[in-house]
Ligand binder design. Structure first.
Ligand SMILES: [Zn+2]
Length: 116
């Protein structure tokens, strides 16, 4: 099972049964393009197994990157918790920053980053 990030709120999640099939999961709306979601889950307030896979993936990523996330937070806090985006991405990987925003560890406002 593989997962790829598409944009801020959407991910592609590989099917359990068919490795050639991928579903698009929106993390904010908990929606998925799979048939189970379309015919059974939608409108119930629940979620499908692809959403659960995605959440597990993100939790693992948070655990794996704990140390570097801490370094990013330290860097921003050292700038009075108001660091220019460009200054942060010079020091750290941009995708890492995007993930931190997605995981609600950072907020971005008018080109500045703050620790939540
Ligand atoms: Zn699904």
């Amino acid at each position: 099972m593989n997962i790829e990030k598409v944009d801020e709120n959407t991910y592609r999640v590989q099917s359990h049964t068919n490795k050639d099939t991928w579903y698009v999961v929106n993390i904010k709306t908990k929606s998925c393009t799979c048939l189970n979601y379309k015919y059974r889950v939608r409108g119930t307030g629940g979620c499908c197994k692809h959403y659960i896979d995605l959440i597990k993936y993100i939790e693992q990523k948070l655990k794996d990157n704990e140390e570097v996330y801490f370094q990013v937070e330290k860097f921003i806090k050292a700038k009075n918790n108001y660091a220019l985006w460009e200054d942060v991405v010079v020091e750290f990987d941009e995708r890492l920053i995007d993930d931190m925003i997605l995981f609600n560890k950072l907020i971005e406002r008018r080109g500045y980053l703050m620790v939540m």
